[in-house]
Design a protein around this ligand. Structure first.
Ligand code: R5P
Length: 287
């Protein structure tokens, strides 16, 4: 049985359809005081897969409620977009490792369970889970879609060293060259980038990153690459967090198209990671 949390209904539906599993009917509400209410209406089966991204604090509470409902069942937990992944270390004294705090809150529900994340920002986060935790890589799915665009002499660019592994995987799929830009974060919403020796003149460029949040990183990268003479600049990201006016920033910078997966359900989430999740769960359900 597949249980889709409120942030992952579409992807849960897609996974259930691929696997031919029951998709549970659930009810999610917010009380007038802001507290969350969850009910799994369909009677629970022995083995369940809960799919719930946690882009907001409330989504995390819904996930805890779902895990509590399923506490006596064999649970596979899929968190397609794991919030707080960027607070994966102590950057300043007195800060928590919030990614660890979240995993610690989930651990008691997962004693014999399994966890699947998708393109987690920092692989170290997997170690905070006490059960078997796996990272699923959606890069090839994004690259497949990009290859259907028939780009001219394509170059794959990572906006920093952190996303270089993704960019390399994508470049292999596309048979393209690959490089990265040097990024310096000035504040929570601003980044600057030093130009690298990348000859993008007259070529189509695809920037790959794990997520687009404010759009600041990508907007700066697009502008930089356009100044360097790139013909068309495409963005490919796994997680379309897209806060406030991120999309406006990207299109003002001259992006040709933005392509993301459905780990978060947004207008640009054109590539589904449901087949990737279904493959992983197939093993869990022993199908
Ligand atoms: C940071 O290291 C991530 O990989 C992304 O580059 C970053 O989170 C994107 O954030 P924003 O869209 O706010 O620049």
């Amino acid at each position: 049985m597949i249980i889709g949390g409120p942030a992952s209904q579409l992807i849960a539906g897609r996974v259930a359809a691929i696997l031919g599993e029951t998709l549970a009917l659930c009810d999610y509400k917010t009380f007038p005081d802001g507290e969350s209410y969850t009910q799994v209406v369909t009677p629970l089966e022995d083995e369940v897969a809960i799919i719930q991204s946690t882009p907001t604090d409330q989504d995390l509470v819904y996930l805890l409620q779902l895990l509590d409902v399923c506490r006596d069942r064999k649970v596979s937990l899929v968190i397609p977009y794991f919030g707080y992944a960027r607070q994966d270390k102590v950057f300043k004294p007195g800060e928590p490792i919030t990614a660890r705090a979240v995993a610690t809150a989930l651990n008691p529900f997962l004693k014999d369970g399994k966890v699947y994340l998708v393109n987690i920002h920092a692989p170290s986060i997997l170690s905070h889970f006490q059960c078997d935790a796996k990272n699923l890589d959606a890069t090839s799915l994004l690259a497949e879609r990009i290859s259907s665009l028939c780009l001219k002499d394509p170059v794959v660019i990572s906006p920093d060293k952190g996303a270089m592994a993704m960019a390399k995987t994508a470049a292999v799929h596309l048979g393209a060259a690959c490089d990265y830009l040097q990024k310096t974060r000035l504040s929570g919403t601003e980044v600057s980038m030093a130009p690298k020796e990348i000859d993008v003149r007259g070529r189509d460029v695809v920037i790959f990153d794990d997520m687009i949040a404010t759009g600041g990183t990508m907007a700066t990268a697009i502008a930089l690459l356009r100044q360097q003479g790139a013909r068309k600049v495409y963005l490919a990201a796994v997680h379309a967090v897209l806060t406030s006016s991120a999309i406006l920033k990207l299109y003002r910078s001259g992006v040709e198209a933005v392509l993301a997966t459905d780990t978060l359900d947004k207008g640009v989430s054109a590539v589904s990671v449901a087949p990737l999740i279904a493959d992983a769960l197939k093993l869990a359900f022993r199908k």
